[in-house]
Each structure stands twice: as structure tokens, then as C-alpha cells.
Write a protein that binds this ligand. Sequence first.
Ligand SMILES: Cc1cc2nc3c(=O)[nH]c(=O)nc-3n(C[C@H](O)[C@H](O)[C@H](O)COP(=O)(O)OP(=O)(O)OC[C@H]3O[C@@H](n4cnc5c(N)ncnc54)[C@H](O)[C@@H]3O)c2cc1C
Length: 473
Amino acid sequence: MTAFNNTPTSRRNLLALATAAIAVGMVPMLSRSGDDHHDDHDEGGKFSAGQNTTVAAANTGLSGNIVVVGGGMAGATVAKYLRLWGGSGLTITLVEPSTSYTSNIMSNLVLNGSRTVSSLAYGYTGLASKYGIAVKQAAVTAINKAAKSVTLSDGSTLSYDRLVLAPGVDFMDAYGLTQADYDSKTPHAWRAGAQTTLLSTQLAAMPANGTFVMTIPKSPYRCPPGPYERASLVADFLKTNKGAGSKVLVLDENLSIQAEVASFTYAFNTLHAGVIQYESGVTNVHINPDTKAVTYTDQVGTITTVSANVVNPIVPHRASGSAPGGWLAAAGLNNSPDGRWAVVDVLSYQSTAANASGIHVIGDAANCGMPKAGHVANQEAKICADAIVRLLGGQQPDPAPVANSACYSPLTASTASWLTAVYQYDSANQKMVVADNGGRTVGAKVTEASNHNTENFKQMNTWFNTLMGDSFS
Ligand SMILES: Cc1cc2nc3c(=O)[nH]c(=O)nc-3n(C[C@H](O)[C@H](O)[C@H](O)COP(=O)(O)OP(=O)(O)OC[C@H]3O[C@@H](n4cnc5c(N)ncnc54)[C@H](O)[C@@H]3O)c2cc1C
């Protein structure tokens, strides 16, 4: 469950660049100091120990100027592994507007008071000092594909040989709501931060036996099990703190639960029975941000209006910058049929858009056939880093990449379930598909826990710390 180094690591020996063949554990470390378990965990703005640790990357003979856009799960990982696998000759610049990253993973636990938003903060000091990544605090505002350069929010430009875009998602105006409504009245809290705090405050202030309404957008969306996990945790919180008559109405635009079907069916119908009401296949959702009246049409066409105390619209999203006029759209990189995602070649994560040579897109912004998830973003980043190193060395990307994903879902404040999947390249269809242990793809399925328990909850914390450490430390 916790082993998430994918095949690029194990396939190092396939790389003909002898000096670049550095498995992660073999990288010589100089002057290690501090606690490498939490190297760059930024709790409330204070970086913990470990910033003086330096990695002496090998001289692989490779050189190149690589710009990474976005310091989230995908961007931080690709910057780190480009250094580990590409060696000391690469110039790697990470462009990120925030001074630290707030993990979405585990942020549902802020809603029931188990965690704080500040406990989910990860800084960039380790990437800078340990791996020699140049961290530029700015946002990319434009891409000049012909000149191979990006313009930043401070007006400066950066040129690149390879550009890796990992900007995550933007949230669309939906259900009659605006961005200002999300920020102040009806938070989606689907990017962890101030909206997560607002939603937890609203939950804490709910009256006894009140009504919480949440929506789930049509797939694909960020973190398939995430909304169902949130519904379970909110139900657990409300019935514990606000009375057994509390209600959680889940309005799902999908026709069925999108992940961990057995676990969440049990959570909705048994564990939190009487509290959660699950409506699938809803349409025409409309939300009044002031009165908190929510109107929707159910599967049989009945129109219902519910008066809620708190409304949590997880609205449809799209690759950051892909709104009409946005920087990704202006570069023509949002080339999925609906214009919301960047389509990539899953062997290298290079964009398939016209004239996009040298541009790679990873993480939630990419349309790659795997779920939009942090663990998967970490895996995509490694496949991409491996492909870039090979391409810089005049080789072709690994023709058979494998990735895996694990995800733990708390169903109560102390118990969790999990799912895990292996994905491998299907050359016939040129996409990543679910595989089983023996590498067979026909009939292979995502595996989910047979029950929820406290042991899973403990393992969840180990998995989370390991994943975040692998991405940011
Ligand atoms: C409540 C919740 C729970 C979740 N739980 C899990 C879980 O248990 N397991 C799991 O695997 N996944 C989980 N996820 C999903 C996971 O958080 C995302 O899939 C993951 O963060 C995607 O990584 P990313 O790098 O693509 O985007 P992000 O992590 O969002 O990072 C994008 C970065 O790009 C930056 N950026 C944006 N625009 C620009 C620009 N123009 N210039 C420069 N930088 C820019 C942003 O500031 C941000 O730092 C969860 C998500 C949510 C909302």
C-alpha cells in the first residue's frame, strides 16, 4: 500500500546513461542533518529541521534548462526527480505563486476538527537547498511556444528547453454561484486553504439536527473517492455533535458512486444510515448562496427544493488556465474535446496539442486516463521525469511504464477504508489501464478494503507522511 516508487525507479538500469542510473536510495547524501522524516514540513509557516541537507547529484553529462510550473503534488515531485535522475547539469526552475503548499489530501479531516489547515503545509526550502531547484515565487501568465519561453506575473520571462506544466485545477462558476460565493458563502473547499477553514467554521456553527447539502460534479473530477469520504466524515461529525436528526444530502451528478463502491455504500446505507441521503444522477442544480435554498431535479424528473444550513458545492473544475482567455487556453494546450484538460502522450506526458514540442503536462491538469489524485500525480511526475532524462540523452521514453495508486478514506473520525490500483501501459490503445499483480489487464480491477477500521486509519497517516515526504523532502 505504501510502496509508490514506480517503475522509472526500478528501471534505472535500463538507462544507457550509466552515470544517470541513480536509484533514489543510491544518491550520495552530503551533510545530512535534522529529521529527514519531516524535512520540509512547514507547520504554521515555520520550516522544520533538515534544510541544510544537500544531495550531491551525479554529473550525468546531461544538460538542459527545465521550467516546472506549479509546486503541488506533481510539480514538486517532478522537480526533485529530475535532479535525482537527471544529475547536476540540469537547470531546474520551479515557478509557484505561494510560499508553501497546502495538501488537499487529509483536508477533509479539518472539517471535523481532527486536523488544522496549517498542519497540511509543505514548504519549498528543501527542494531549493537540498536539490538545487531554483524556486521562483510567481505565476505563469503566458507561454510563447515558438520562443520556448514563459512570462511570469512579475513581468519577467524564463526560457526553457523543456517545460513541465503542473498547475492543478480551477473551479468553474456553476449552479448559479460565483468565485466570490465560493470564497465567502458556499465554499467548495476542493482546493485546501481558506475555504476549508470557512467550511469547518460553518459546520461547527450548524444548529442541532440541521441540514448539510453537498454536490458532486460529473467525472472526471479531482479525487474520485474524496466527495464520498467528505459526506461520511460530515455525517459522523454531525450525528456526534449536532444530534441524530442531522441530515447530509449528497447530490451526485454521476449515476453512481465513483470509487470504493462497497465501502461508501456501506457508509451511506449502514454506518451513517438515517443521516446521509444519497441522490445519484441529479441535474439542474441551483443554489441560492444567501438563503441556502438548493433546487435540483432527480433521476425521475421530480424537482425538489431543500432548505439547507450549510451548502458545499463541489463544482465542476478544469485545468488551471484553461478558461477562455486563460494562459493555458491561449497556448492551445487545453485540447480535450471539452476544452477542460490537456491531452498527453502517457509515455512521456508530452502535450499532444499542435506545436507543443518540449511541453509536458502532469497532475490533475492532464487528461491521461488515470484518476486525478495526489498519489497518481506523484507517479505521473516520475514517469515524466524519467522520460525527460531519456529524451535529453537522445533516447526514447520507457515503452512500458507502470504506475500505482493508493488512497485511504476515513469513514469516521477514527476509522478508514482504502483502495489501491496498478496501472500499466496498454500499447494497443495507447493508454494506461488497470492491471492485476501478474500484469494482466483483462478483468483487472481496483482493489478496495473489505472493511473500515482503526488500523487502516493509522496506516493512512504513515502513507500520507511517506507520500508527502517523497514529493517535498
Ligand atoms: C478534499 C480532498 C481530498 C483528497 N484526498 C486525496 C487522497 O487521499 N489521495 C490522493 O491521492 N489524492 C487526494 N486528493 C487529490 C489531490 O489533492 C490532487 O489530485 C493533487 O493535489 C493534484 O496534484 P497537482 O500537482 O496536479 O495539483 P495541485 O496539488 O493542486 O498543485 C497545483 C499547483 O500549481 C500552482 N499553480 C496554479 N496555477 C499556476 C500558475 N499559473 N503558475 C504557477 N503555478 C501555478 C498552484 O498554486 C498549486 O501549488 C484530494 C483532493 C481533495 C480536494
